[in-house]
Design a protein around this ligand. Structure first.
Ligand SMILES: [Zn+2]
Length: 226
């Protein structure tokens, strides 16, 4: 799923329209659509939430390398959501959306056209979405780099090795512990060989493989942040 499809999932169906002056700054997207002024205001996550996200990204090589290379693969959005930051707001109710047309109290075609323009922009530059959430490309990169020097949440390797043989038998009772989006499944994903060998989409494959390949055989780890 692309970034634009994520936007359409939560703010769709999009309506193509003449959008001028699409502008994105922390907390607000503004645009002029068909002569009307449109504003999409979202909450900006606080520093503590961003710290958790950046520590999570820094602690997984596949994500750290891509973010430091100036890329924002779609699976990063799922990590952000897991740690409390929705790069794409979960529906119009999560926004304060206004338009200068006389339908400003609903979701008018101008707002939907602005959302469509934002979706297209997010495919060209996904950091549009992080900027809207208060963290532009440079700031995110700097913070992930800094978090990489601090020990983030990670799998305790010795414990995993020591207990693996016993855990296989016992750890089959609650499959919900290892849902693909769970923290346990995420943090037990295997590390990739290195940044230069990572093809696009590898995050999806690792996440898809993790529940069957690893998570079902390892003991449950403490979930980060709990
Ligand atoms: Zn309108």
């Amino acid at each position: 799923m692309s970034w634009s499809e994520q936007v359409e999932q939560w703010l769709g169906p999009s309506v193509p329209g003449p959008v001028d002056r699409l502008s994105v700054r922390p907390g607000e997207v503004t645009a002029r659509v068909g002569g009307f002024e449109v504003s999409l205001i979202r909450a900006v996550p606080d520093d503590a939430l961003w710290d958790r996200v950046c520590e999570a990204l820094a602690s997984q090589e596949v994500f750290r390398a891509r973010v430091l290379a100036g890329e924002l693969p779609v699976p990063v959005g799922r990590v952000c959501t897991m740690f409390g930051v929705d790069l794409v707001p979960r529906g119009w109710d999560a926004l304060v959306a206004t338009c200068s047309c006389d339908r400003w109290d609903g979701v008018c075609a101008h707002l939907r056209a602005a959302a469509a323009a934002l979706a297209a922009q997010a495919d060209r530059d996904p950091f549009t979405l992080t900027r809207w959430a208060g963290m532009d490309r440079g700031a995110l990169r700097t913070r992930v780099m800094a978090a990489g020097r601090i020990k983030g949440p990670s799998v305790p390797e010795e414990t995993a090795r020591d207990n693996a043989s016993e855990a296989i038998i016992e750890d089959v009772t609650d499959p919900s512990d290892h849902a693909p989006d769970s923290a346990a499944a995420f943090w037990s994903a295997p590390s990739p060989p290195g940044p230069v060998d990572i093809p696009s989409g590898s995050g999806d494959r690792i996440r898809a493989a993790a529940p069957g390949a690893l998570a079902d055989e390892l003991p449950p780890f403490p979930r980060p942040g709990t």
